[in-house]
Write a protein that binds this ligand. Sequence first.
Ligand code: DGL
Length: 260
Amino acid sequence: MARIGIFDSGVGGLTVQRALIEALPGADTIYLGDTARLPYGTKSAATVTQYSLRSARVLEARGIDLLVVACNTASAVALPALRAALPMPVIGVVEPGARAAVKATTGGRIGVIGTAGTIGSGAYTAALRALRPDALVVAWACPLFVPLAEEGWTDPADEVVRGVVRRYLAPLKAERIDTLVLGCTHYPLLRAAIAAELPGVTLVDSAETVAAEVKALLPASTGRAATHRFLVTDTPEKFLAVAGRFLGRPVESAEHVDVE
Ligand code: DGL
């Protein structure tokens, strides 16, 4: 029975865990949300790398076979350090997302949205250009999307949601992108509002591509019911209040861990 470790700055990586559970129903998963240090998206690459290494060590100690870095910001800035430090395969979300976008694009006009840290790192632009050198890549940070999703303000009919989405997406719309990478764990929750603003644009969520990649690396499941555990670095209450919305199923308990 394989055990997959999943790491994120907070609750958003549960959207990736959800895709993993659907793709690998027989695999155990253990999720760590570094809720005490959220958000990562506004912090320096050095700080995010240090936090990511500490959290990954906690999951390593629990005996995982593979680590999925569900956080786009950590994937963008800390993947080489995590791969160098850990003995098991480490899968990030940036390369699978870029691959899915290159597959989906019709005219080679690709947008990427993410946190300031992800967009500032240039990781998505580099991954997209490596796969498709002639692509037009428009990368744009949308920092207010994270608090909107955490608050549950995701209804496309809500005028605040519509206004924020319209303002951030205007430069991508002006460039007539045909494909948009949702390069942040929280953005799939705003999918309907983003789709309403960019009709005809293909939205790429790397979660499913990541799940397919993990499935190819792990042995087939045995049919036993899998267990799913949740670890958080802050008190569990706030995590538990919103986790079900991100995971798409109830989350009853989470264990507090100290990563210091
Ligand atoms: N998990 C982060 C990401 O995907 C978003 C939240 C944060 O800024 O920590 O980039």
